[in-house]
Ligand binder design. Structure first.
Ligand code: CA2
Length: 149
């Protein structure tokens, strides 16, 4: 059975490619989806790709990934990264490995972006690689899954 990776995107990421190109680049969310699918197919993984502007929907999808026995979650929780105890609790509650991704280098930005509620409960975190970070996260996850057997 093919393993599935949930790629979950939080608030405002639907605007990718339309504003703030100096921070987030020129790729659209559709481009990111294609990039994620290409990376996943190189590792024989399937992708469930979603975006929402609603905190509880992200929580529901993290639970769904667990219920459907997903192989992993690549999570860009957007601004909720820095504020959401509910998303942190959801990540901590599931056995599915979660890789935290940020397009921008959050540590080179405002102080409030330096703290992540998700990082302490994620398997790994990466930031600053632009949208290519999604592909790197999928490759890293695939290596973790291979190592586990
Ligand atoms: O760098 C990232 O991926 C972030 O998760 C993006 C979040 C931000 O709050 C985090 O600190 C870092 C914001 C997403 C907003 O995306 C936009 C994309 C294009 C135009 C405007 C917003």
């Amino acid at each position: 059975m093919t393993k599935t990776v949930y790629v979950l995107n939080g608030p405002n990421l639907n605007l990718l490619g339309t504003r703030e190109p100096q921070t987030y680049g020129r790729s659209t969310l559709r481009d990111v989806e294609q990039l994620a699918r290409d990376a996943a197919s190189r590792h024989k993984l399937e992708v469930e790709f979603r975006q929402t502007n609603h905190e509880g929907e992200l929580v529901d999808w993290i639970h769904e990934a667990q219920a459907k026995a997903a192989a992993g979650i690549v999570l860009n929780a957007g601004g909720y990264t820095h504020s959401s105890v509910a998303i942190r609790d959801a990540v901590a509650a599931v056995a599915v490995p979660v890789i935290e991704v940020h397009i921008s280098n959050v540590f080179a930005r405002e102080d409030f972006r330096h703290f992540s509620h998700i990082a302490p409960v994620a398997k790994a975190s990466l930031c600053g690689f632009g949208v290519n970070g999604y592909a790197l996260a999928i490759s890293g996850l695939a290596a973790m899954l291979d190592a586990k057997g």
